[in-house]
Design a protein. Structure first.
Length: 239
């Protein structure tokens, strides 16, 4: 049976409308859902509603994560002696203003658990702290629910977000984790090459030359592996 593209589009819009509602736009939300309900055939309507209903445990996870982030923003802002206005001014200078009202809602978790990635990055930079520490402010102590119903140590959660290792010992690292590891290894080798270059000018120049040659070979292997892993993750460049 061939699906009507218009019906599919309406169904997707209904799912997104249900998921996107916040405490601040309940009236608009109800009006949009009512409109879409009238336009969708009954089976599609019921399926869209089911897809748009977030499980309560997932909802609590979302709220807890946003609350943790908001508390961290407030704590860090106060520690730096910044008012909400001053923090807003910093975000303006960074090119993405986060208003005083938005900052207040983030800190008080009054946006129904919604986090904006752009705001996470800008606020982290404005507050002079890595973004991951705003998400996991107890790092390196404590346990966090990094996914709904899944708890791990905050230190491991931070390493997972940074791409250093998978979220559990049983998980397969995958190409993404290996790419981060190899890229880090390459940066360390590059520093070693610089040191060897200067050592080459000393009394042990011949030995340093051998070290430098080995480092260059290791760098070439890292670069080749990085290309392979990038292709595994994203496909061939230009393809």
């Amino acid at each position: 049976m061939v699906e009507d593209p218009k019906v599919e589009e309406l169904a997707q819009e209904m799912v997104e409308t249900i998921l996107a509602t916040t405490e601040d736009d309940q009236d608009t939300h109800r009006a949009n859902v009512y409109r879409l309900t009238k336009e969708l055939p009954r089976p599609k309507r019921q399926r869209a509603i089911r897809l748009g209903q977030v499980d309560e445990s997932a909802r609590q996870w979302e709220l807890a994560m946003a609350g943790r982030f908001g508390d961290a923003v407030a704590r860090r802002r106060r520690h730096l002696g910044l008012s909400a206005i001053q923090l807003w001014e910093r975000t303006v200078k960074l090119g993405y203003p986060v208003t005083r009202i938005a900052i207040s809602k983030i800190e008080n978790n009054t946006r129904s658990g919604k986090l904006d990635m752009a705001e996470v990055l800008i606020l982290a930079c404005a507050l002079e702290i890595p973004p991951v520490l705003l998400l996991y402010p107890d790092y390196p102590r404590g346990v966090v629910e990094f996914l709904p119903g899944r708890d791990i140590e905050s230190e491991r959660a931070a390493r997972w977000i940074s791409g250093v290792e998978p979220p559990s010992e049983n998980a397969v690292p995958g190409a993404g984790v290996e790419l981060v590891q190899v890229a880090y290894q390459r940066s360390q080798l590059a520093r070693g090459s610089i040191r060897a270059f200067f050592d080459e000018r000393g009394d042990e120049g011949e030995a340093a030359q051998r070290v430098l040659s080995a480092l260059h070979q290791d760098l070439a292997r890292c670069n080749a592996r990085i290309e392979e892993l990038s292709t595994q993750l994203w496909g061939a460049s230009g393809g």
